[in-house]
Design a protein around this ligand. Structure first.
Ligand SMILES: *Cc1c(COP(=O)(O)O)cnc(C)c1O
Length: 322
C-alpha cells in the first residue's frame, strides 16, 4: 500500500537535520537529581516544549516544505489538524514564503485557531461530526493544486521528527532506553530511526494514553488497529490509528508500546512545574510519566525521555493541576 518503495532510513533523518539547521532550535537536554532519585535511574529530558511554536512538530513540517519544488511552492501547502501540526505548517510556510491552508474542526479551541492565523495560515472549518477531513483535504488539494502534508503519515514528516532524538543521542551518548510519546507515530518512527544508527542497543518504547492503546494493539497483532477517537486529556495523541509509513518503521524498530493514565499525566505535569519549572502539555508528559510513575522499568538505566510539547493554555493548565 506504500507508494514509497524504499524504506525510511537514518540517512533520511540526517538529510532532514541539514534542512532544518538554522531554522529549528536545537532544544536543551535537561537533567534533574529529583527526577533521577524518583526513578532510580539517569534521565535525560529532550525538551521540545522549547521548540519553535512549542512542539517538535516544527521539525517535520519544516523539513517537508523545504523539499517542495518551485511548482509546489507556487500553490502552497495544505493540511488538516486542530493541534500543533497546524501551527507548525503555518509557521514553516511563512518562513518559506508560501501559502498555507489549514482544515480545522469548527469546534477547535479559539486559541489554536488564533495561533494558526497569527502565523499567517488560512483556516478552513469543517464539521468533525458530519464531514471527513481527509476527504476535504483531498478535494481542496485537487482544486487548488496545493500539496497535502498530513500530521504524521508522511516520510518527510517522520524524517524531520527524528532529528530531536538525533540531537539527544549526540548530546547524551548511547542510552539503554528511549521513551517517546505516541499519537500517529511520526515522532516514534523518526526517533527509532535515529536510535537504530546512534544507539543500536537502546530499547525504543512508545508511550500512549491508556484510553487510546491502538498503537500497542497494532504492534502486538502486527497490523494497524483502529479504535475510534480516544477520550483523554492528551489531545495531541487523540489519534485513532497509526499511519502506514509510521507502522512500517515502528514494527521494524520499536521494542514495545506502553500506556499511561490521565491521572499519571497530571502527576507528571505537576512534577515538571514544581520541580523543573517547566510548563508541559498533557501529551508532552506521556514519556516522562512512564518513567516517573513506574509504568516502564528503568531502575539503574540511562534513559532518554522526549518531552514533545508545551502548548496548553493557562486556564486549562491551572484546572488540570489544581
Ligand atoms: C503530535 C504530538 C504528539 C504525537 O506525535 P505523533 O507523531 O502523532 O505520534 C505528541 N506530543 C505532542 C505535543 C504533539 O503535538
Amino acid at each position: 500500500m506504500l507508494e514509497n518503495a524504499t524504506p525510511l532510513q537514518y540517512g533520511d533523518v540526517e538529510q532532514a537535520a541539514a534542512r532544518i539547521d538554522g531554522a529549528a532550535h536545537r532544544t536543551p537536554v535537561l537533567t534533574s537529581r529529583t527526577a533521577d532519585a524518583k526513578a532510580a535511574a539517569t534521565l535525560f529530558f529532550k525538551c521540545e516544549n522549547f521548540q519553535r511554536m512549542g512542539a517538535f512538530k516544527f521539525r517535520g513540517a519544516y523539513n517537508a516544505i523545504a523539499r517542495f519544488t518551485e511548482e509546489q511552492r507556487r500553490a502552497g501547502v495544505l493540511t488538516y489538524s486542530s493541534g500543533n501540526h497546524a501551527q507548525a505548517i503555518a509557521l514553516s510556510a511563512r518562513l518559506a514564503g508560501i501559502r498555507a491552508a489549514i482544515i480545522m474542526p469548527n469546534d477547535a479551541p479559539a486559541l489554536k485557531v488564533a495561533a494558526t492565523r497569527e502565523y499567517g495560515g488560512e483556516v478552513i472549518f469543517y464539521d468533525r461530526y458530519t464531514e471527513n477531513r481527509e476527504e476535504i483535504g483531498r478535494r481542496l488539494a485537487q482544486e487548488r493544486g496545493m500539496t497535502l502534508i498530513p500530521p504524521y503519515d508522511h516520510p518527510d514528516v517522520i524524517a524531520g521528527q527524528g532529528t530531536a532524538a538525533k540531537e539527544l543521542f549526540e548530546e547524551a551518548g548511547e542510552l539503554d532506553v528511549l521513551l517517546v510519546p505516541l499519537g500517529g507515530g511520526g515522532l516514534l518512527a523518526g526517533s527509532a530511526l535515529s536510535a537504530s544508527a546512534l544507539s543500536p542497543n537502546c530499547k525504543v518504547i512508545g508511550v500512549e494514553p491508556e484510553a487510546g492503546n491502538d498503537g500497542q494493539q497494532s504492534l502486538r497483532t502486527g497490523q494497524i488497529v483502529d479504535i475510534g477517537v480516544p477520550q483523554t486529556i492528551a489531545d495531541g495523541a487523540q489519534t485513532s490509528h497509526l499511519g502506514q509509513h509510521n507502522f512500517a518503521v515502528i514494527r521494524r524498530l520499536v521494542d514495545d508500546i506502553v500506556t499511561v493514565s490521565d491521572d499519571q499525566l497530571v502527576e507528571t505535569m505537576k512534577f515538571f512545574a514544581e520541580r523543573m519549572k517547566m510548563v508541559v502539555e498533557p501529551t508532552g508528559c506521556l514519556a516522562a510519566a512512564a518513567a516517573l510513575q513506574g509504568v516502564y522499568p528503568v531502575a539503574g538505566k540511562r534513559v532518554g525521555i522526549l518531552i514533545s510539547g508545551g502548548n496548553v493554555d493557562l486556564a486549562r493548565f491551572a484546572k488540570l493541576v489544581a
